[in-house]
Design a protein around this ligand. Structure first.
Ligand SMILES: NC(=O)c1ccc[n+]([C@@H]2O[C@H](COP(=O)([O-])OP(=O)(O)OC[C@H]3O[C@@H](n4cnc5c(N)ncnc54)[C@H](OP(=O)(O)O)[C@@H]3O)[C@@H](O)[C@H]2O)c1
Length: 290
């Protein structure tokens, strides 16, 4: 039987996954809210469907679906996909939910993985709390939960921020972020499709948690431009948005080692240096000759 993946929120990561699966003979369906994005998805070769809370898919959209992956983040009322479609989801053989390492909250720089207890109390922060609730719903359906560290890749990296002139280097002593290149996420997802473990949790992070300022400095080095000045935390903090302040309030090192062993995969980009170099090299290859 031809395998069919339905992606709720066919965004950045899911698109890279679907491109790989279409090439391997799968069929794809995916949702978006924006009409222009729906047209782009149709051009990609997937059946594109509008979905949002209050605008569920017709039941026919689940016909023949063997796999569902959701990239839709929780909204103020919970998880829109779960709320609209839990009855349909129960009948799909393989479910995947893209979550976030925000569920671990602040760990004062300690290493965490799926064996680390997570709980609503003490709260992991508003983003983490909403994610944890959504994860709980999806795991009750037997979904595979993938906790993503800070995602980067082509078109979404420190290289783009530097080029756009919006990169900053904030000096918060001892603070690090964990990251993952989008193509390493896709590799893990493809491996998980073939190794069902309903209700399982997988951490997706590279091996080198590091300060954001270090990543920006390396992007500048690759681009041959001077790095922006290092801004002391006490001066920078009052200028940050609440969202960014929440990011910087939490510090943890996420280990994806157990996930890689369980799925039998390795990282193509073990740290941001390898990932950023590869992005730049790919851009150079794809640039039309002058
Ligand atoms: N970026 C990171 O560093 C990071 C880190 C950890 C976890 N995550 C999470 O991992 C997942 C995948 O990330 P990504 O960057 O690949 O995703 P993305 O490109 O932001 O795509 C998200 C998709 O969900 C849809 N969507 C968003 N809110 C929705 C809503 N309320 N109702 C219906 N559809 C909605 C979007 O549709 P439209 O096209 O219509 O907007 C889009 O197709 C996301 O849940 C993200 O939050 C991201």
């Amino acid at each position: 039987m031809q395998r069919t993946l339905l992606c709720f929120g066919l965004g950045y990561t899911a698109e890279r996954l679907v491109r790989r699966l279409l090439g391997a003979g799968w069929r794809g369906r995916g949702t978006a809210r924006d009409p222009a994005r729906l047209e782009a998805l149709a051009r990609l070769g997937v059946e594109a469907l509008p979905f949002e809370r209050g605008r569920p898919l017709p039941g026919a959209a689940f016909e023949g679906v063997t796999h569902v992956l959701s990239s839709v983040p929780p909204d103020d009322d919970g998880d829109p996909v779960f709320d609209e479609h839990q009855a349909h989801l129960r009948r799909v053989p393989w479910l995947g939910y893209l979550s976030s390492t925000a569920v671990y909250g602040d760990q004062r720089g300690a290493w965490v993985d799926a064996s680390t207890p997570v709980a609503l109390l003490p709260p992991p922060g508003p983003r983490g709390r909403a994610r944890l609730l959504a994860e709980t719903d999806w795991r009750a359906l037997g979904a595979h939960v993938f906790r993503l560290a800070g995602l980067y890749g082509p078109g979404r990296s420190a290289l783009d921020a530097v080029r756009a002139g919006r990169a900053r280097r904030l000096d918060k002593p001892g603070h690090v972020f964990s990251r993952i290149h989008v193509d390493d996420v896709v590799t893990a997802l493809i491996a998980a499709l073939d190794r069902p473990a309903p209700g399982g949790v997988w951490d997706l992070a590279d091996e080198a948690p590091s300060p954001h300022a270090e990543v920006v400095a390396y992007a500048c080095e690759l681009l041959g431009v001077p790095p922006p000045p290092l801004e002391p935390w006490t001066e920078a903090a009052p200028t940050l948005s609440p969202g960014l302040l929440e990011f910087y309030a939490e510090c943890r090192r996420v280990s994806g080692a157990g996930t890689r062993t369980a799925l039998g995969v390795s990282l193509a980009y073990p740290d941001h240096r390898a990932g950023l170099r590869a992005i730049l090299e790919a851009e150079a290859r794809e640039r039309p000759p002058r």
